[in-house]
Write a protein that binds this ligand. Structure first.
Ligand code: ADP
Length: 227
């Protein structure tokens, strides 16, 4: 693994069994994400973006090849070890916020920290700071249903980075927002990534946003290539 690389996929294969035939989604796919780098993943629907992000984020196991996070080979780790790494070192943002509806914005951002064993007061302070940074601090006591789509996504981003992960993986984080809100949410996400030195891989259909990242890759015939 090259110095300055935080996440590496080496010859990753991922196949699904459909009735009567095998679908190859990732076919010896290789990729390196540099420390502090922000990479856009741009590919048509069905190309395998979610599969790639889930495999990179240790939610799915590769059928072959390896995922190396911060120099650590994750391919052969136990489920418990993978869960621990996901909890501490990987942040996820999805197209839909997946916030817990019966908890406030603040509590949603506190949750991953509490699961990790942080004291409520410390978790609460950090959660408020992150919400402030995402310019949604004034809405901290509100439940997700009382927030706009853009606000919900900003809370979801704050939650994803609550445990100061090494890598942020986002699957069309602004895909469900109107263009103006999408630009605003992306700006906040970008500022957070840049300010914290986080490394990010972000799947998006929005070419304007993709152009603002350091590099663009696509998925074609199961391989990851630079565009
Ligand atoms: P994208 O995110 O680019 O839209 P996905 O990774 O969601 O692509 O899906 C890639 C292909 O894999 C699609 O054809 C999809 O139907 C198929 N696929 C995804 N997950 C599964 C699964 N669990 N079982 C079978 N096929 C799947």
């Amino acid at each position: 693994m090259a110095a300055g690389t935080i996440l590496q996929l080496t010859n990753v294969g991922r196949r699904y069994n459909e009735i009567g035939r095998e679908l190859t989604i990732l076919d010896d796919a290789s990729f390196s994400l540099g420390k502090g780098e922000m990479v856009a993943l741009v590919a048509p629907s069905g190309a395998g973006k979610s599969t790639l992000l889930h495999t990179a984020g240790l939610l799915e196991r590769p059928d072959n090849g390896d995922v190396i996070l911060d120099g650590r080979s994750c391919g052969s780790l136990s489920d418990e070890e993978r869960t621990a790494i996901r909890r501490n070192d990987i942040g996820f943002v999805y197209q839909f916020h997946h916030l817990l509806p019966e908890f406030s914005a603040l509590e949603n951002v506190m949750m991953p920290q509490m699961i990790r064993g942080m004291k409520p007061r410390v978790a609460s302070e950090r959660a408020q700071q992150l919400l402030d940074y995402m310019k949604v601090g004034a809405r901290a006591s509100h439940r997700p249903s009382e927030l706009s789509g853009g606000e919900q996504q900003r809370v979801a981003i704050a939650r994803a980075v609550a445990n100061a992960p090494l890598v942020l993986l986002a699957d069309e984080p602004t895909g469900n927002l109107d263009p103006v809100t999408a630009a605003y949410v992306f700006e906040a996400l970008e500022a957070l990534v840049r300010q914290s030195g986080l490394s990010a891989m972000i799947a998006t259909h929005n070419h304007e946003l993709a152009l603002r990242m350091d590099r663009r890759v696509t998925l074609k015939d199961g391989k990851i290539t630079t565009i």
